[in-house]
Design a protein around this ligand. Structure first.
Ligand code: FES
Length: 933
């Protein structure tokens, strides 16, 4: 079969039943991405003879004699397609994994099609942006600009990878062919996993004979091959933050889908065929699927045998991974005397990260016999260290490389594929690849922790809070990865943000036989903030107070201690230096004012499809708001060690361990370095997330990329500046007779092409002739600041259907100094869009026996371009002395206040309060029915 791809002739015959996406990937066409393999996400979009198709469901044999165009063939690097240029100009991507498919589809739009782009782009999902910037690109709006030398901070410079991303040339995890520089030239082997059919079972016998006999099979791995070292898939700076409860291949299976066996074969298809030939005998054990039932006496124990301190499980005999019970003052007494009280129990659903790039790892031995893992991770150094520990290797015998990662949101702070690939490489000595399917992402990869949160509030008649009690329990699933950290974090800033003499917190993280939960944007705060901010709204109603006024009366202000339940607890949290919560409240309240003269708001009128709004009784209208605070980085240490070096031609090379997965830190890092060195960001070359090529970094999570690695880079760049100037002064002094006083005259000025000392220009090449110029920097992430967000919405609730239509969405954020306005706006919009999804419809649904029933994008609804209300983004003006040039982090925070703001607006509209997320149409319909009774 002959066909043309991007102007190149290919001769290849597809395998029976093969789809176009995999045929193209087999041909080395990496601009075609894998997002779902079911025709739902559009990451694989290509043109066949000019018509857009999803190549993952397009029969490969149909391209015989035809012409295929990918993003890489739309234009050339020097002459990109107008749509590609527009996406780059508008900053219409974050991780960029959707972008190649997005530009392919958009390239088919004519001028008359733009009004119809909601329908025409509905097959292309973006998990990161919230779509506003993509809409800007389609409309030709330019959101990026160039920066003058030394003046990059505060400007919306574009991402260094923009040109590569819009042209499909950016390399993601598996986009380097096995013959690439990191990988072996030998044939690639593939790994597939046989998952448990039971929620709780013990393997009593396993026969791999038939599987091993299948031609093309190289190894079948079972619990007998396990290295026997317990670990956690959740990774943190301190490995002691998570319980040691996981084996690479365990004999006891604690959730449906858990690894029973892994097959390494010549192809994925052979590996999957062999999995079906593995004969397993199970002893089925009783299972438990609810956090309350799991703590009841006599409940099945998920890790009941792990009773020693080394496992770090609080109460294995009660299925409790971690617990916190504390009180300051006397909550019950305060409630008894309060003028108004509120009590309620809120619950939140299980949410999938749904990053478009699935988890994947490719591993091999290099020429020196070192293990090399190329993997989709946010934490390459933490993966290296744990893989070395589990497999008994020296850390310097392991190299972990993460190129650009196609979305993370915390989901790639887990070690999910690297361990099996390591085991397979050690067994076979070959290059092995393991790539999650979209179904794996829904059924095996950790989700957001579902929580049940009971809140009790008490206040005086003037609205002064006198009692605050949060009683939280969360389902951490079959393993405790992040089950401890999420629990503590969920009840930290959500409680500390309010001044109150009497506070009590009860929190427990509970094992069940459901799929594991894990780290997800906001790290537990969003769930508890939903409950606390809903309760605060109800308190305002009972006291007949404005909800903004109630917040202003009770939020912490500079000088207040940040107290959860122990006033004497030592904390490294500070917010005195940058406090913008008051501004955020003012900004959102003004934006929600009905007669506010805000052209920006009017430009963001609803774009969601559906029945027309009118004044009939069918529609109920309401307004709501909520606030949230979050530390700017995780506690207990977060380290970045960086390098900045002057290279030939007046360029700078930075080495930074943190990964880029759409968080935008790479762009900001170039801005910080360029500002310190008086140059432009395009002269800064970034080398990152390679444990061989960069120095240690804890990783990209907890919003730390700007405030830890960024601060370290700015310090290193400042130090390099001093070095460069000092060497220039020395050179000039050596070549120029000194004055009698020895003074050289005018100060040296660092420019983009060298250093000027008085009238003398010293070129960078002359400076480098005396040896390299390189500076190191480091930051350990302490002390920490608080960032703030306030969200406001106006909604219309359609009583006959339960539809919640967001008419206005506004979020004000205190991110300190705004380093890149467009990028910050994008992070807020993306976080708000993700939150809208999990507020209104996204939910990983399990049946009562731990079986996931929403295992594809068909039945797990990720917001489409037509679903997302535009969010107006407003910035408080503060300067944080703890952050780089006054900046604070802002990538998790935007998620947290959205759900309660919407819930409060729905309450305002229909008169009945929602207590459960997501607020699906059927649930809201039931509420509306109740409200009209
Ligand atoms: Fe669209 Fe990440 S930028 S999925």
């Amino acid at each position: 079969m002959r066909f043309d791809v991007d102007g190149h002739r290919h001769d290849a015959d597809p395998q029976p039943g093969q789809v176009l996406r995999t045929l193209l990937r087999d041909q080395g066409v990496t601009a075609v991405k894998k997002g779902c393999d079911s025709g739902d996400c559009g990451a694989c979009s290509v043109l066949v003879d000019g018509d857009p198709v999803h190549s993952c469901i397009y029969p490969a044999h149909r391209i015989d004699g035809r012409r295929v165009t990918t993003a890489a063939g739309l234009g050339t690097p020097d002459a990109p397609h107008p749509v590609q240029r527009a996406f780059a100009d508008a900053a219409a991507f974050q991780c960029g994994f959707c972008t190649a498919g997005m530009v392919v589809t958009a390239s088919t739009f004519g001028p008359d099609d733009l009004a119809d782009h909601h329908r025409r782009l509905k097959g292309n999902l973006c998990r990161c942006t919230g779509y506003r910037a993509i809409e800007d690109a389609l409309a030709g709006v330019v959101n990026t600009t160039c920066a003058a030398p030394g003046d990059a901070v505060g400007t919306s410079v574009r991402a260094p990878a923009a040109a590569r991303i819009v042209s499909g040339r950016e390399e993601y995890t598996l986009d380097v062919p096995p013959t690439g520089d990191v990988m072996s030239t030998e044939a690639l082997l593939h790994l597939a996993v046989l998952g448990s059919p039971h929620a709780h079972a013990r393997i009593t016998a396993i026969d791999t004979t038939a599987a091993e006999a299948l031609p093309g099979v190289h190894a079948v791995l079972t619990w007998r091959d396990d290295p026997g070292v317990l670990f956690s898939t959740g990774r943190h700076e301190s490995r002691l933050d998570d319980p040691d409860d996981t084996l690479v291949l365990d004999r006891v299976l604690r959730f449906r889908g858990q690894r029973v066996a892994a097959v390494v074969a010549d192809s994925v298809r052979i590996a999957e065929q062999a999995c079906a030939l593995v004969e397993v005998t199970y002893e089925v054990l009783p299972s438990v699927h609810d956090a309350d039932a799991a703590r009841a006496p006599g409940a099945p124990l998920v890790h009941g045998e792990k009773t020693t301190a080394e496992h770090r499980i609080a109460e294995p005999g009660r299925n409790v991974v971690a617990a916190l019970h504390g009180e300051t003052g006397d909550v019950d007494a305060a409630l008894a005397t309060a003028a108004a009280t509120v009590e309620g129990t809120w619950s939140t659903g299980r949410v999938s990260h749904a990053a478009l790039e699935t988890h994947a790892t490719r591993g091999r031995f290099d020429d020196e016999g070192r293990l090399v893992l190329r993997t989709a991770t946010q934490v390459p150094f933490l993966v290296r260290d744990e893989i070395a520990r589990v497999f008994g290797l020296e850390p310097d015998r392991v190299r972990v490389v993460a190129k650009r990662v196609g979305g993370g949101f915390g989901g790639k702070q887990e070690l999910l594929t690297e361990d099996l690939v390591t085991l397979a490489v050690l067994r076979t000595g070959r290059t092995v690849q393991y790539e999650f399917s979209r179904r794996d992402e829904f059924t095996v990869a950790p989700t957001r922790h579902p929580m049940r949160v009971r809140v009790r509030l008490g206040a005086t008649a003037d609205g002064t809070l006198t009692a605050l009690h949060v009683d939280q329990s969360m389902d951490t699933g079959a393993y405790g990865n992040h089950g401890i950290g999420v629990m503590f974090h969920s009840v930290s800033e959500s409680v500390a943000v309010y001044r109150c003499a009497n506070k009590r917190v009860d929190a427990e993280s509970v094992y069940t036989n459901n799929l594991p939960s894990g780290a997800f944007r906001g790290y537990g705060l969003g769930q508890v903030v939903f409950a606390v901010e809903s309760a605060m709204d109800e308190l305002a109603r009972r006291l007949d107070l404005d909800p903004f006024a109630l917040r202003r009366r009770n939020v912490v202000v500079p000088g207040d201690p940040l107290v959860v339940t122990d006033p004497d607890e030592e904390t490294d949290l500070h917010f005195d230096g940058s406090y913008g919560l008051d501004q955020c409240l003012d900004l959102v309240q003004r934006a929600l004012t009905p007669d506010a003269d805000t052209a920006a708001r009017d430009a963001l009128l609803p774009r969601m499809d559906g029945p027309a709004l009118d004044d009939s009784a069918d529609w109920a209208y309401g307004t709501g708001m909520a606030l949230a605070a979050i530390a700017t980085l995780p506690p207990r240490g977060h380290h970045a060690h960086v390098t900045v070096e002057l290279t030939a031609g007046g360029r700078y090379r930075i080495g930074v361990g943190t990964a880029e997965f759409g968080n935008g830190t790479t762009t900001v890092h170039t801005q910080l370095v360029a500002t310190a060195l008086g140059t432009t960001p395009d002269r800064v070359d970034v080398h990152q997330s390679d444990t061989d090529a960069t120095r240690y970094d804890t990783g990209a999570f907890g919003s730390a990329g700007v405030v830890v690695a960024g601060k370290a880079l700015y310090a290193a760049a400042t130090a390099l500046r001093e070095q460069v100037i000092a060497r220039a002064l020395t050179l000039v002094a050596d070549a120029t007779p000194r004055t009698a006083s020895g003074v050289l005259g005018p100060a040296a000025v660092l420019g983009v092409d060298g250093v000027r000392v008085g009238d003398v220009h010293v070129a960078f090449e002359d400076l480098l002739a005396d040896g390299p110029l390189v500076a190191h920097g480091q930051h350990d992430g302490t002390p920490r600041s608080l960032a703030f967000t306030v969200h406001g919405v106006r909604v219309a609730v359609h009583r006959p259907t339960g539809e919640v239509r967001v008419l206005q969405s506004v979020q004000a954020v205190d991110a300190g100094t705004v380093l890149n306005p467009e990028q910050l706006r994008g992070q807020v919009e993306g976080g708000a869009a993700q939150a809208m999804g999990s507020t209104l419809y996204e939910e990983v649904v399990l049946d009562g026996a731990g079986r996931v029933t929403t295992d594809s994008f068909r039945n797990y609804r990720v917001p489409k371009i037509s679903d997302v209300p535009a969010t107006q983004v407003l910035f408080a003006e503060t300067h944080d002395p703890l952050g780089p040039l006054g900046a604070k982090s802002m990538s998790e925070a935007p998620y947290n206040p959205v759900a309660p703001a919407v819930a409060n607006a729905v309450r305002d509209a229909v008169g009945v309060r929602p207590y459960r997320l997501p607020m699906t149409r059927d649930r809201v319909w039931a509420l509306a029915e109740e409200g009209t009774c």
